[in-house]
Design a protein around this ligand. Structure first.
Ligand code: FAD
Ligand code: DHB
Length: 391
């Protein structure tokens, strides 16, 4: 099996197949340090945690991950706690994507199968036959060819795999680009909150998250045209205080160790397969980060795909691979809706971008409904903690 891309999707797929006796080679165009340092998601659903444990990479997560049983939702002056455990019996873990990736890489380099960094010119061929190939240049500059049963594109949004599937199938794409971005910081500061705080504010959304008892991860909504150079640490902390602050409670400040601006989009591309080339994770879909679905969805895709590929390669049965795209897409659209809903409820759209007070009243009404109704809270809780993976 040839797997393109060593993000969480590619690494976990390789591991899931390895424990079932199927060999793969993972090809990654960046170096190990870069892949391990890329700061991204931080919340793991229960099924993600269980999958990592099941394939033997859950030890550090169990030691260092922070178990969270709910979140806070906030409007100015009022913060409401949602208790996921009571609402739906499921919970989440705070454990950075960087740490998940480090654990998967360390295990793979230790136990196999091969994982090659710094490859270039990766190109799948003959994917509409039963013997596809991948050509690439290895880290020493030598041309290589990998013959495989199946190629999986887990090469993210900008990878080489999706365009091949789209060109061959005339696939369909749905996309929404949002008129706002997130400015995210990582800070050496103890979080001032137990659970995450998602805050609606007239100035824009803010999120108080964390990575450990001494590291905070915080986000503020900014205009997509904003430049990171214009946001001094002081300005960011002031915006966070304004949007997240409550009487007698404030954000804990500390040295900022990373800051960046992330654009927000929803994107779904179908089908997720052409012949023997399959797509999983960000290669096929993107969600805006509100609600923390991106990484978890990538894990759900490869969990489904691993089962289907084992059936194909060990039992020569095609039923699950034939159903993979449709089955995965049901969950992908559910998460796409949830991420869109959380995003739409919590982010303000400036008048310059077409937003008005009518939108704000609807958002506040929706938030008050969630504050007041156990049914509305349960709907949020079930989606946030992760719906079951249907095979
Ligand atoms: P990726 O992690 O993108 O991995 C793809 C891999 O393929 C990369 O290592 C890439 O280098 C490699 N690759 C690409 N092209 C090639 C090629 N041609 N040849 C070989 N290798 C290739 N989600 C959340 O839930 N919460 C967040 O806060 C959050 N923040 C994010 C911030 C940013 C800046 C981004 C981009 C995403 C964020 N996400 C977040 C989404 C989440 O990180 C992704 O959904 C997740 O990384 C998907 O994993 P993946 O393995 O599918 O793709
Ligand atoms: C984080 C990111 C999210 O998108 C989210 O909804 C919660 C937490 C984070 O990076 O910690």
């Amino acid at each position: 099996m040839g797997i393109i891309g060593a993000g969480p999707a590619g690494l976990l797929l390789s591991r899931l197949l390895h424990v079932q006796g199927i060999d793969s080679v993972v090809l990654e165009n960046r170096d190990r340090a870069y892949v391990e340092a890329r700061i991204r998601a931080g919340i793991l659903e229960s099924h993600t945690v269980q999958t990592l444990r099941d394939v033997g990479v859950g030890d550090r997560l169990d030691r260092e991950g922070l178990h969270h049983t709910g979140i806070h939702l906030q409007v100015p002056g009022e913060r409401v706690h949602l208790d996921f455990e009571a609402l739906c019996g499921r919970t989440v873990w705070v454990y950075g994507q960087t740490e998940v990736v480090k654990d998967l890489i360390a295990t793979q380099l230790d136990e196999g199968p091969p994982l090659l960094f710094e490859v270039s010119d990766v190109q799948p061929h003959d994917v509409d036959t039963e013997s596809p190939r991948i050509t690439f240049t290895d880290a020493d500059g030598a041309a290589q060819e990998l013959h495989c049963d199946v190629v999986v594109g887990t090469d993210g949004f900008h990878g080489v795999s999706r365009p091949i599937v789209t060109a061959a199938t005339g696939g369909e794409v749905w996309e929404r680009v949002y008129p706002f971005s997130w400015l995210g910081i990582l800070a050496d500061a103890a979080p001032a909150t137990d659970d995450l705080v998602y805050a609606w504010h007239p100035d824009g959304f803010a999120l108080y998250s964390m990575r450990s008892p001494s590291v905070s991860r915080l986000y503020v909504q900014v205009d997509p045209t904003e430049k990171i150079e214009d946001w001094s640490d002081e300005r960011i902390w002031d915006a966070l205080d304004e949007r997240l602050g409550l009487p007698g409670w404030s954000v804990n400040r500390g040295p900022v160790t990373e800051k960046s601006i992330l654009p927000m989009r929803s994107f779904v591309s179908t089908p997720m397969r052409h012949g023997r080339l399959f797509l999983a994770g960000d290669a096929a879909h993107i969600v805006p980060p509100t609600g923390a679905k991106g990484l978890n969805l990538a894990v759900a895709d490869v969990t489904l795909l691993a089962t289907a590929l084992v059936r194909l390669l060990q039992e020569k049965r095609t039923d699950l691979v034939d159903g993979y795209s449709d089955t995965a897409l049901r969950r992908i659209w559910r998460c796409t809706h949830f991420s869109w809903w959380m995003t739409s409820m919590l982010h303000t759209i400036s008048p310059a971008q077409g937003g008005d007070d009518f939108d704000r009243q609807l958002q506040l009404s929706q938030l008050r409904r969630v504050f007041a109704s156990e049914a509305a809270q349960r709907e949020l809780a079930e989606n946030y903690t992760g719906l079951p993976i249907e095979h």
